[in-house]
Design a protein around this ligand. Structure first.
Ligand SMILES: Cc1cc2nc3c(=O)[nH]c(=O)nc-3n(C[C@H](O)[C@H](O)[C@H](O)COP(=O)(O)O)c2cc1C
Ligand code: SF4
Ligand code: SF4
Length: 261
């Protein structure tokens, strides 16, 4: 079983392609996370957990979910991370969570895809050519990762050093408190009240009121699902997101078809 969360489709692409190559199923965890559904997930012998990297680690809502949900079947678990170039301690976190559930951790693979964190003032803009290159490179490498998983080999993800873990874990609560506030989110007059932003939010932080999204929590995951998936590009975060390209993997899917398939 391949399980995943994905805001803009990067991780969804990787998870679905891996499931296809492994002749297995892919399961989107978002509805389960939204619905607090911790019922057992039935897997075969191998579990593959696919996640984006958020602020140098796993998205907190996903690690919290993985800690609580139970799995039937798997004896070995692999991690697959998508990020913009720095996986931080996410692989280490996955290892800890899955080993605690009694599974052997078979290592993790990292895929560098377009970064989507446009509410961050430090987010770096990349051009279309680079977006296509990252997607092509991912698509080309996926069959080899699937082969290694099938063979039960250990995947050699980035090594995480203990000082890096200690420093990241010490800084993370503060970074989340400051960086994941919702008060600057707003919807412009382009909004057509379709409600998609409300439906894609993994932490149910959006409520539609009078046809407009409102943010009902002081902090959310800043996963960027609402902002990138809005069909009218109506969601902004203060002035930080103004003029920044909205991204969904689906728009660039053609680049995956030109390699590895
Ligand atoms: C809140 C947030 C924090 C992020 N932090 C990191 C990071 O620390 N390192 C990194 O390389 N990419 C980071 N990213 C980029 C994502 O990991 C990357 O774009 C990922 O492929 C998104 O996958 P998805 O569309 O499946 O959710 C971050 C993205 C978000 C939304
Ligand atoms: S997704 Fe965009 S258009 Fe649809 S309700 Fe949300 S803000 Fe409005
Ligand atoms: S409000 Fe938007 S950015 Fe925040 S967690 Fe929900 S979908 Fe993600």
């Amino acid at each position: 079983m391949v399980i995943y969360f994905s805001a803009t489709g990067n991780t969804k692409f990787v998870a679905e392609r891996l499931a296809e190559l492994l002749e297995d199923e892919a399961c989107d965890l978002c509805p389960r996370i939204r619905g607090n559904d911790f019922s057992q997930i039935d897997c075969g012998k191998t579990l593959v957990v696919c996640s984006p990297v958020h602020i140098s680690g796993l998205p907190k809502f996903l690690s919290d979910y993985l800690k609580r949900v139970s799995f039937s079947g798997p004896t070995v678990a692999y991690g697959v991370l998508t990020d913009g170039g720095y996986a931080g301690i996410a692989g280490h976190q996955l290892k800890k969570i899955l080993e605690k559930k009694g599974m052997r951790f078979g290592g993790f693979a990292e895929f560098v895809l377009p970064g989507i964190h446009i509410t961050s003032i430090t987010s770096r803009k990349i051009g279309v050519e680079e977006i296509e290159r990252r997607i092509r490179a991912t698509s080309e490498r996926l069959p080899e990762v699937a082969r290694a998983m099938r063979a039960g080999e250990t995947l050699a993800g980035k090594r995480t050093l203990l000082p890096e873990v200690a420093l990241t874990e010490a800084l993370m609560p503060g970074l989340r408190f400051v960086g994941l506030r919702t008060r600057k989110f707003w919807a412009s007059d382009q909004c057509v009240s379709c409600g998609l932003c409300e439906r894609v939010c993994p932490v149910v932080a959006i409520t539609m009121r009078d046809g407009r999204p409102t943010w009902n929590m002081s902090h959310c995951a800043h996963c960027m699902a609402c902002i990138h998936n809005c069909p009218k590009e109506a969601i902004e975060y203060g002035d930080v997101t103004k003029g920044k390209r909205r991204y969904t993997f689906a728009r660039y899917r053609y680049a995956a078809q030109s390699g590895g398939n």
